[in-house]
Design a protein around this ligand. Structure first.
Ligand code: ADP
Ligand code: ADP
Length: 225
């Protein structure tokens, strides 16, 4: 049973741009799915429809594993920009999603530090975002997304703005975290390398109008130890 199921999603924006045409996709628990395709093929639109930031023109998004319709789907979103609050420390930034749920700093402490440890930044809990490199900011952003233990993690070209070496390091960190915690991830990218290196399923999309042209399972193409 899929976590989320896109059924015949089409999206035409008010200016007439057709971003998605009859997109259907099931995402199952534990999958690390790359949505791969050229710029403009509708990848971000598909993610935004899953999060309800954008509504589809037709079609439906279903969450079959949830009895209660709608509400909080327990998903987290990591954007290309880390969007950290500059006035808060690293700890404060990662605490934020728990704080919004009413969890005090004291009650959140262990979870926040665990999330920071997961991305290798527990030593930087008291630092401010301006003191961090781009790669470190992105790691804080990932820690913030994971601290709520989301059922589904959506990442929209998260590493596109980083240099290649930092990007490679983050790919490895992400892979290690996924292998440890086994969440479900949808990772939007136009990098064939990233999709092959990271995911166990690649969904290839084509532009004009956005639809799936290939959907393949890949079984650990790179030996890992
Ligand atoms: P991708 O993430 O694959 O680069 P997008 O989902 O961002 O693609 O965009 C798909 C298409 O929809 C593109 O042609 C883009 O220009 C268009 N588009 C995206 N957002 C809007 C919007 N708010 N209004 C009009 N057109 C949009
Ligand atoms: P990143 O790959 O995380 O962006 P950079 O290679 O840009 O890191 O390094 C920026 C500075 O931050 C370097 O001096 C590096 O030693 C330091 N740094 C980056 N990550 C960590 C970390 N996890 N622990 C300690 N120092 C770090």
């Amino acid at each position: 049973q899929p976590i989320v199921s896109l059924k015949g999603i089409s999206k035409t924006f008010s200016n007439g741009t057709v971003a998605l045409n009859n997109l259907s996709l099931d995402i199952r628990q534990g999958e690390f799915v790359s949505l791969l395709g050229p710029s403009g093929c509708g990848k971000s639109t598909a993610l935004r429809i899953i999060t309800s930031l954008t509504s589809p023109s037709s079609g439906r998004v279903e969450w079959p594993m949830e009895e209660s319709r709608q509400k909080d789907h327990e998903l987290s979103f990591v954007f290309q920009e880390p969007t950290l609050m500059p006035w808060a420390t690293v700890f404060g930034n990662v605490w934020l999603p728990l704080r919004l749920k009413g969890v005090s700093k004291k009650a959140a402490y262990d979870e926040v530090m665990e999330a920071l440890k997961g991305v290798g930044l527990d030593q930087f809990a008291d630092s401010y975002p301006r003191e961090l490199s781009g790669g470190m900011k992105m790691r804080v952003s990932i820690a913030r997304a994971l601290v709520t233990k989301p059922k589904l993690l959506l990442m929209d070209e998260p590493f596109a703005a980083l240099d290649e070496i930092t990007r490679f390091k983050l790919n490895n960190d992400l892979l290690r975290l996924w292998e440890t915690f086994g969440w479900t991830v949808i990772f939007v990218t136009h990098s064939v390398f990233e999709s092959v290196y990271l995911s166990n399923r690649i969904v290839v999309m084509a532009a004009r109008p956005g639809r799936v042209v290939n959907d393949m399972a890949i079984d650990a193409p790179y030996p890992r130890d």
